[in-house]
Design a protein around this ligand. Structure first.
Ligand code: GDP
Ligand code: MN
Length: 380
Protein backbone atom coordinates (compact mmCIF):
# COMPACT_ATOMS: atom_id res chain seq x y z
CA UNK A 1 0.00 0.00 0.00
CA UNK A 2 1.32 3.42 -0.95
CA UNK A 3 0.59 6.63 0.91
CA UNK A 4 0.36 9.79 -1.15
CA UNK A 5 1.64 12.67 0.96
CA UNK A 6 0.09 16.10 0.82
CA UNK A 7 2.22 18.64 -1.04
CA UNK A 8 3.21 20.48 2.13
CA UNK A 9 4.55 17.35 3.83
CA UNK A 10 6.41 16.24 0.72
CA UNK A 11 7.96 19.69 0.32
CA UNK A 12 9.03 19.98 3.97
CA UNK A 13 10.58 16.50 3.88
CA UNK A 14 12.45 17.16 0.64
CA UNK A 15 13.45 20.72 1.57
CA UNK A 16 15.17 19.36 4.68
CA UNK A 17 17.16 17.21 2.23
CA UNK A 18 18.21 19.92 -0.18
CA UNK A 19 15.23 20.62 -2.43
CA UNK A 20 14.67 24.28 -3.19
CA UNK A 21 11.02 25.29 -2.54
CA UNK A 22 9.19 28.64 -2.50
CA UNK A 23 8.77 30.31 0.88
CA UNK A 24 5.50 29.24 2.45
CA UNK A 25 3.59 27.73 5.33
CA UNK A 26 0.67 25.42 6.00
CA UNK A 27 -2.37 26.59 7.92
CA UNK A 28 -5.76 25.24 8.86
CA UNK A 29 -8.53 27.04 7.00
CA UNK A 30 -10.23 27.72 10.30
CA UNK A 31 -8.07 30.30 11.97
CA UNK A 32 -6.06 31.11 8.84
CA UNK A 33 -4.49 34.57 8.90
CA UNK A 34 -3.15 36.97 6.26
CA UNK A 35 0.61 36.62 5.79
CA UNK A 36 2.66 39.66 6.83
CA UNK A 37 4.57 39.95 3.58
CA UNK A 38 2.78 41.47 0.59
CA UNK A 39 1.55 39.26 -2.29
CA UNK A 40 1.20 37.83 -4.71
CA UNK A 41 0.60 34.58 -2.80
CA UNK A 42 -0.62 31.22 -4.03
CA UNK A 43 -3.18 29.48 -1.82
CA UNK A 44 -3.04 25.72 -2.36
CA UNK A 45 -5.51 23.09 -1.14
CA UNK A 46 -3.69 20.34 0.78
CA UNK A 47 -5.32 17.02 -0.02
CA UNK A 48 -3.62 13.70 -0.83
CA UNK A 49 -4.73 13.83 -4.48
CA UNK A 50 -3.40 15.18 -7.77
CA UNK A 51 -5.12 17.49 -10.24
CA UNK A 52 -5.82 20.21 -7.69
CA UNK A 53 -5.17 22.96 -10.24
CA UNK A 54 -7.86 21.65 -12.59
CA UNK A 55 -10.25 21.20 -9.67
CA UNK A 56 -9.88 24.87 -8.71
CA UNK A 57 -7.80 24.11 -5.64
CA UNK A 58 -4.87 26.39 -6.52
CA UNK A 59 -5.54 30.16 -6.39
CA UNK A 60 -3.31 33.11 -7.03
CA UNK A 61 -4.07 36.12 -4.78
CA UNK A 62 -2.44 39.47 -5.43
CA UNK A 63 -3.24 40.83 -2.02
CA UNK A 64 -2.05 39.20 1.22
CA UNK A 65 -5.20 40.37 3.00
CA UNK A 66 -7.33 38.17 0.70
CA UNK A 67 -5.58 34.94 1.75
CA UNK A 68 -8.00 33.90 4.57
CA UNK A 69 -11.05 34.51 2.39
CA UNK A 70 -9.55 32.50 -0.47
CA UNK A 71 -8.71 29.70 1.97
CA UNK A 72 -12.37 29.64 3.06
CA UNK A 73 -13.47 29.45 -0.57
CA UNK A 74 -11.20 26.45 -1.11
CA UNK A 75 -12.65 24.76 1.96
CA UNK A 76 -16.01 24.60 0.16
CA UNK A 77 -14.45 22.19 -2.38
CA UNK A 78 -13.93 18.48 -2.19
CA UNK A 79 -10.94 17.40 -4.26
CA UNK A 80 -10.42 13.74 -5.12
CA UNK A 81 -13.03 12.97 -2.48
CA UNK A 82 -11.13 14.81 0.25
CA UNK A 83 -12.34 17.87 2.18
CA UNK A 84 -9.98 20.87 2.16
CA UNK A 85 -9.17 21.63 5.80
CA UNK A 86 -5.56 22.71 5.33
CA UNK A 87 -3.99 25.06 2.78
CA UNK A 88 -0.40 25.88 1.96
CA UNK A 89 0.24 29.58 1.42
CA UNK A 90 3.21 30.05 -0.85
CA UNK A 91 4.99 33.02 -2.40
CA UNK A 92 4.02 33.10 -6.07
CA UNK A 93 6.90 32.30 -8.38
CA UNK A 94 7.58 34.30 -11.51
CA UNK A 95 8.83 31.52 -13.76
CA UNK A 96 10.47 31.46 -17.15
CA UNK A 97 9.21 27.94 -17.78
CA UNK A 98 7.51 24.98 -16.07
CA UNK A 99 9.47 21.72 -16.26
CA UNK A 100 8.68 18.21 -15.09
CA UNK A 101 10.95 15.70 -13.41
CA UNK A 102 9.96 12.50 -11.64
CA UNK A 103 10.80 8.93 -10.73
CA UNK A 104 8.59 5.94 -10.16
CA UNK A 105 8.95 2.18 -10.01
CA UNK A 106 7.68 -0.15 -12.71
CA UNK A 107 5.65 -2.60 -10.64
CA UNK A 108 5.99 -5.37 -13.22
CA UNK A 109 9.78 -5.32 -13.61
CA UNK A 110 10.96 -3.54 -10.45
CA UNK A 111 12.92 -1.12 -12.62
CA UNK A 112 13.17 2.60 -11.94
CA UNK A 113 11.27 4.79 -14.40
CA UNK A 114 12.80 8.25 -14.77
CA UNK A 115 10.68 10.94 -16.39
CA UNK A 116 11.32 14.49 -17.51
CA UNK A 117 9.92 17.18 -19.75
CA UNK A 118 10.80 20.71 -20.70
CA UNK A 119 7.06 21.43 -20.81
CA UNK A 120 5.55 20.69 -17.40
CA UNK A 121 2.53 22.15 -15.65
CA UNK A 122 -1.02 20.91 -15.40
CA UNK A 123 -1.22 19.61 -18.98
CA UNK A 124 1.73 17.26 -18.85
CA UNK A 125 -0.06 14.44 -17.02
CA UNK A 126 -2.65 14.28 -19.77
CA UNK A 127 -0.14 14.71 -22.59
CA UNK A 128 2.06 11.71 -21.86
CA UNK A 129 3.79 12.16 -25.19
CA UNK A 130 5.57 15.27 -23.90
CA UNK A 131 7.33 13.14 -21.29
CA UNK A 132 10.63 11.46 -22.02
CA UNK A 133 11.22 8.32 -19.97
CA UNK A 134 14.26 6.19 -19.23
CA UNK A 135 14.11 2.78 -17.52
CA UNK A 136 17.06 1.69 -15.42
CA UNK A 137 17.94 -0.92 -12.86
CA UNK A 138 16.78 0.00 -9.38
CA UNK A 139 20.09 1.08 -7.86
CA UNK A 140 21.67 4.44 -7.13
CA UNK A 141 24.43 4.31 -9.77
CA UNK A 142 22.12 3.23 -12.62
CA UNK A 143 19.47 5.75 -11.65
CA UNK A 144 21.94 8.63 -11.42
CA UNK A 145 23.35 7.66 -14.81
CA UNK A 146 19.87 7.45 -16.32
CA UNK A 147 18.85 10.81 -14.90
CA UNK A 148 21.97 12.45 -16.34
CA UNK A 149 21.18 10.97 -19.78
CA UNK A 150 17.58 12.10 -19.53
CA UNK A 151 18.58 15.66 -18.62
CA UNK A 152 21.17 15.79 -21.39
CA UNK A 153 18.39 15.19 -23.92
CA UNK A 154 16.61 18.41 -22.93
CA UNK A 155 17.46 21.88 -24.26
CA UNK A 156 19.45 24.29 -22.07
CA UNK A 157 18.74 25.74 -19.53
CA UNK A 158 16.05 23.12 -18.68
CA UNK A 159 18.73 20.47 -18.96
CA UNK A 160 20.79 21.79 -16.04
CA UNK A 161 17.75 22.25 -13.77
CA UNK A 162 16.44 18.73 -14.46
CA UNK A 163 19.92 17.25 -13.90
CA UNK A 164 20.31 18.96 -10.52
CA UNK A 165 16.80 18.40 -9.24
CA UNK A 166 16.67 14.86 -10.69
CA UNK A 167 19.86 13.80 -8.88
CA UNK A 168 18.34 15.00 -5.64
CA UNK A 169 15.16 13.04 -6.31
CA UNK A 170 17.12 9.84 -6.95
CA UNK A 171 18.90 10.13 -3.58
CA UNK A 172 15.71 10.90 -1.71
CA UNK A 173 13.54 8.25 -3.34
CA UNK A 174 16.09 5.68 -2.19
CA UNK A 175 16.70 7.19 1.25
CA UNK A 176 13.01 7.55 2.10
CA UNK A 177 11.75 4.29 0.55
CA UNK A 178 9.42 6.33 -1.64
CA UNK A 179 7.79 4.60 -4.59
CA UNK A 180 7.21 7.83 -6.52
CA UNK A 181 8.53 11.39 -6.44
CA UNK A 182 7.36 13.94 -8.97
CA UNK A 183 8.13 17.65 -9.24
CA UNK A 184 5.58 19.28 -11.56
CA UNK A 185 5.98 22.11 -12.12
CA UNK A 186 9.68 22.52 -11.58
CA UNK A 187 9.92 26.28 -12.04
CA UNK A 188 12.85 27.46 -14.11
CA UNK A 189 13.83 31.03 -13.18
CA UNK A 190 15.35 33.74 -15.33
CA UNK A 191 18.81 33.33 -13.75
CA UNK A 192 18.85 29.60 -14.60
CA UNK A 193 18.15 28.49 -11.03
CA UNK A 194 15.06 26.41 -10.18
CA UNK A 195 12.50 25.90 -7.47
CA UNK A 196 9.96 23.10 -6.93
CA UNK A 197 6.45 24.46 -7.54
CA UNK A 198 4.76 21.23 -6.47
CA UNK A 199 5.93 17.96 -4.97
CA UNK A 200 4.19 14.63 -5.12
CA UNK A 201 5.57 11.74 -3.11
CA UNK A 202 4.23 8.23 -2.53
CA UNK A 203 5.65 6.35 0.44
CA UNK A 204 5.75 2.58 0.76
CA UNK A 205 3.67 1.82 3.82
CA UNK A 206 5.43 -1.49 4.33
CA UNK A 207 8.78 0.30 4.61
CA UNK A 208 7.62 2.65 7.37
CA UNK A 209 9.06 0.56 10.20
CA UNK A 210 12.47 1.48 8.73
CA UNK A 211 11.50 5.18 8.60
CA UNK A 212 10.63 6.42 12.10
CA UNK A 213 10.39 10.08 11.01
CA UNK A 214 7.88 9.25 8.32
CA UNK A 215 5.96 7.01 10.66
CA UNK A 216 5.65 9.92 13.09
CA UNK A 217 4.52 12.22 10.27
CA UNK A 218 1.68 9.85 9.33
CA UNK A 219 0.79 9.17 12.92
CA UNK A 220 0.49 12.83 13.91
CA UNK A 221 -1.91 13.55 11.01
CA UNK A 222 -4.45 10.80 11.46
CA UNK A 223 -7.14 12.85 9.75
CA UNK A 224 -5.29 13.39 6.47
CA UNK A 225 -3.68 9.95 6.38
CA UNK A 226 -6.56 8.03 7.94
CA UNK A 227 -6.12 4.72 6.10
CA UNK A 228 -2.36 4.59 6.59
CA UNK A 229 -2.63 5.60 10.25
CA UNK A 230 -5.13 2.79 10.77
CA UNK A 231 -2.71 0.27 9.34
CA UNK A 232 0.15 1.61 11.44
CA UNK A 233 -1.87 1.38 14.63
CA UNK A 234 -3.50 -1.93 13.92
CA UNK A 235 -1.04 -3.76 11.69
CA UNK A 236 -3.56 -4.54 8.95
CA UNK A 237 -5.76 -2.86 6.33
CA UNK A 238 -9.43 -2.13 6.80
CA UNK A 239 -10.84 0.57 4.53
CA UNK A 240 -14.48 1.48 4.06
CA UNK A 241 -14.73 1.81 0.29
CA UNK A 242 -18.50 2.31 0.02
CA UNK A 243 -20.30 3.59 3.15
CA UNK A 244 -23.63 2.50 1.63
CA UNK A 245 -22.33 -0.99 0.82
CA UNK A 246 -24.33 -4.10 1.72
CA UNK A 247 -21.63 -6.79 1.90
CA UNK A 248 -19.10 -6.73 4.72
CA UNK A 249 -15.78 -8.38 4.05
CA UNK A 250 -13.31 -10.26 6.21
CA UNK A 251 -10.44 -11.25 3.94
CA UNK A 252 -6.72 -11.74 3.89
CA UNK A 253 -4.25 -10.71 1.19
CA UNK A 254 -4.40 -7.22 -0.33
CA UNK A 255 -4.48 -8.47 -3.93
CA UNK A 256 -7.09 -11.11 -3.17
CA UNK A 257 -9.27 -8.63 -1.35
CA UNK A 258 -9.10 -6.24 -4.33
CA UNK A 259 -10.05 -9.03 -6.74
CA UNK A 260 -12.94 -9.94 -4.52
CA UNK A 261 -14.22 -6.34 -4.50
CA UNK A 262 -13.97 -6.24 -8.31
CA UNK A 263 -15.71 -9.56 -8.70
CA UNK A 264 -18.55 -8.52 -6.38
CA UNK A 265 -18.99 -5.19 -8.16
CA UNK A 266 -19.03 -7.00 -11.50
CA UNK A 267 -21.92 -9.10 -10.23
CA UNK A 268 -23.86 -6.05 -9.17
CA UNK A 269 -23.14 -6.51 -5.44
CA UNK A 270 -22.12 -3.59 -3.23
CA UNK A 271 -19.13 -4.41 -1.03
CA UNK A 272 -18.74 -2.13 2.00
CA UNK A 273 -15.04 -2.44 2.65
CA UNK A 274 -11.58 -3.56 1.65
CA UNK A 275 -9.81 -5.78 4.17
CA UNK A 276 -6.43 -7.45 4.43
CA UNK A 277 -6.54 -8.87 7.93
CA UNK A 278 -3.20 -10.66 7.64
CA UNK A 279 -4.57 -13.83 9.08
CA UNK A 280 -1.08 -15.33 9.35
CA UNK A 281 -0.11 -12.68 11.91
CA UNK A 282 -3.01 -12.83 14.35
CA UNK A 283 -1.06 -14.95 16.87
CA UNK A 284 -4.04 -16.50 18.56
CA UNK A 285 -5.59 -13.10 19.29
CA UNK A 286 -9.14 -12.41 18.04
CA UNK A 287 -8.93 -8.61 18.52
CA UNK A 288 -8.42 -7.81 14.82
CA UNK A 289 -11.44 -9.89 13.91
CA UNK A 290 -13.49 -8.27 16.67
CA UNK A 291 -12.56 -4.83 15.41
CA UNK A 292 -13.28 -5.85 11.83
CA UNK A 293 -16.74 -7.19 12.75
CA UNK A 294 -17.52 -4.08 14.83
CA UNK A 295 -16.70 -1.90 11.84
CA UNK A 296 -18.99 -3.98 9.60
CA UNK A 297 -21.72 -3.86 12.17
CA UNK A 298 -21.76 -0.06 11.85
CA UNK A 299 -22.57 -0.23 8.12
CA UNK A 300 -26.11 1.13 7.85
CA UNK A 301 -27.05 -1.07 4.85
CA UNK A 302 -25.24 -4.26 5.82
CA UNK A 303 -27.11 -7.34 4.57
CA UNK A 304 -24.48 -10.06 4.88
CA UNK A 305 -20.82 -10.80 5.57
CA UNK A 306 -18.33 -12.72 3.45
CA UNK A 307 -15.35 -14.29 5.20
CA UNK A 308 -12.82 -15.29 2.56
CA UNK A 309 -9.53 -16.70 3.77
CA UNK A 310 -7.29 -18.37 1.23
CA UNK A 311 -4.54 -19.39 3.56
CA UNK A 312 -0.90 -20.16 3.02
CA UNK A 313 0.54 -19.99 6.51
CA UNK A 314 -2.66 -19.49 8.45
CA UNK A 315 -3.80 -22.52 10.42
CA UNK A 316 -7.48 -22.48 9.53
CA UNK A 317 -8.53 -24.59 12.55
CA UNK A 318 -7.21 -21.84 14.78
CA UNK A 319 -8.70 -19.13 12.58
CA UNK A 320 -12.13 -20.74 12.94
CA UNK A 321 -11.79 -20.67 16.74
CA UNK A 322 -10.85 -17.00 16.64
CA UNK A 323 -13.76 -16.20 14.33
CA UNK A 324 -16.21 -17.81 16.77
CA UNK A 325 -14.66 -15.85 19.66
CA UNK A 326 -15.01 -12.64 17.67
CA UNK A 327 -18.64 -13.41 16.81
CA UNK A 328 -19.35 -13.98 20.51
CA UNK A 329 -17.77 -10.60 21.24
CA UNK A 330 -19.94 -8.82 18.65
CA UNK A 331 -23.41 -10.34 19.19
CA UNK A 332 -25.08 -7.34 17.53
CA UNK A 333 -23.84 -8.62 14.18
CA UNK A 334 -26.76 -10.82 13.21
CA UNK A 335 -26.59 -10.72 9.42
CA UNK A 336 -26.01 -13.99 7.53
CA UNK A 337 -22.37 -14.91 7.06
CA UNK A 338 -20.84 -16.91 4.24
CA UNK A 339 -17.53 -18.45 5.27
CA UNK A 340 -15.03 -19.64 2.69
CA UNK A 341 -11.86 -21.09 4.18
CA UNK A 342 -9.38 -22.71 1.81
CA UNK A 343 -5.99 -24.12 2.75
CA UNK A 344 -4.12 -25.56 5.68
CA UNK A 345 -6.42 -27.12 8.32
CA UNK A 346 -9.56 -26.69 6.27
CA UNK A 347 -11.23 -29.86 7.57
CA UNK A 348 -10.73 -28.91 11.22
CA UNK A 349 -12.05 -25.43 10.57
CA UNK A 350 -15.10 -26.89 8.93
CA UNK A 351 -15.75 -29.23 11.87
CA UNK A 352 -15.28 -26.42 14.40
CA UNK A 353 -17.66 -24.04 12.63
CA UNK A 354 -20.31 -26.75 12.07
CA UNK A 355 -20.13 -27.82 15.72
CA UNK A 356 -20.80 -24.25 16.80
CA UNK A 357 -24.25 -24.43 15.20
CA UNK A 358 -24.29 -20.71 14.62
CA UNK A 359 -27.50 -19.57 12.97
CA UNK A 360 -27.05 -17.80 9.66
CA UNK A 361 -23.57 -19.17 9.00
CA UNK A 362 -23.04 -20.86 5.65
CA UNK A 363 -19.86 -22.73 4.81
CA UNK A 364 -18.91 -22.78 1.13
CA UNK A 365 -15.57 -23.75 -0.33
CA UNK A 366 -16.30 -22.72 -3.90
CA UNK A 367 -15.93 -19.00 -4.65
CA UNK A 368 -18.61 -18.90 -7.30
CA UNK A 369 -21.18 -20.56 -5.07
CA UNK A 370 -20.09 -18.42 -2.10
CA UNK A 371 -20.77 -15.28 -4.12
CA UNK A 372 -24.10 -16.75 -5.21
CA UNK A 373 -25.07 -17.14 -1.53
CA UNK A 374 -23.94 -13.56 -0.91
CA UNK A 375 -26.08 -12.34 -3.80
CA UNK A 376 -29.12 -14.17 -2.39
CA UNK A 377 -28.53 -12.78 1.10
CA UNK A 378 -28.06 -9.26 -0.32
CA UNK A 379 -31.34 -9.37 -2.18
CA UNK A 380 -33.34 -11.15 0.50
P1 GDP B 1 -1.65 20.12 -9.01
O1 GDP B 1 -2.64 20.58 -10.03
O2 GDP B 1 -2.32 19.35 -7.91
O3 GDP B 1 -0.52 19.35 -9.62
O4 GDP B 1 -1.07 21.45 -8.30
P2 GDP B 1 0.22 22.35 -8.62
O5 GDP B 1 0.84 22.72 -7.34
O6 GDP B 1 1.10 21.67 -9.60
O7 GDP B 1 -0.39 23.67 -9.26
C1 GDP B 1 -1.05 23.66 -10.50
C2 GDP B 1 -0.53 24.77 -11.40
O8 GDP B 1 -0.68 26.05 -10.77
C3 GDP B 1 0.94 24.68 -11.74
O9 GDP B 1 1.20 23.83 -12.81
C4 GDP B 1 1.25 26.14 -12.10
O10 GDP B 1 0.93 26.36 -13.44
C5 GDP B 1 0.32 26.92 -11.22
N1 GDP B 1 1.07 27.48 -10.07
C6 GDP B 1 1.13 26.99 -8.81
N2 GDP B 1 1.92 27.77 -8.04
C7 GDP B 1 2.38 28.77 -8.84
C8 GDP B 1 3.26 29.89 -8.67
O11 GDP B 1 3.79 30.15 -7.60
N3 GDP B 1 3.51 30.67 -9.75
C9 GDP B 1 2.97 30.41 -10.96
N4 GDP B 1 3.28 31.17 -11.99
N5 GDP B 1 2.13 29.39 -11.17
C10 GDP B 1 1.83 28.58 -10.13
MN1 MN C 1 1.47 19.55 -9.85
Amino acid sequence: MAILLIEHDAKILLAARGLSIPEGQAMRVEGSAAPEKPGPWVVKAQVPAGGRGKAGGIRLVENAAAVPETARELSMLRIGGFPVDVVRIEKAVDALAELFVGITIDAATGEAVLMASAAGGVEVEAAGDKLTTVHTQFDAAAMHGGMARLAAGLPAPASQAVAECGALLVDNLLALDATLIEINPLFLLADGSWVAGDARMDLDLNALPRQPDLERLIDTQKVIYADAAFKLTHGYDLVITDPGGAVGLVATGAGLSMQLLDEMTRRGLRPFNFCDIRSGMMRGDPSRLIENLRTLQQAPNLRCVLVNIFAGITELGEFAELLLQALDAVPELEQPMVVRLVGNGEAEADATLRASGRPGMMLERDLDRALQLIAEASNA
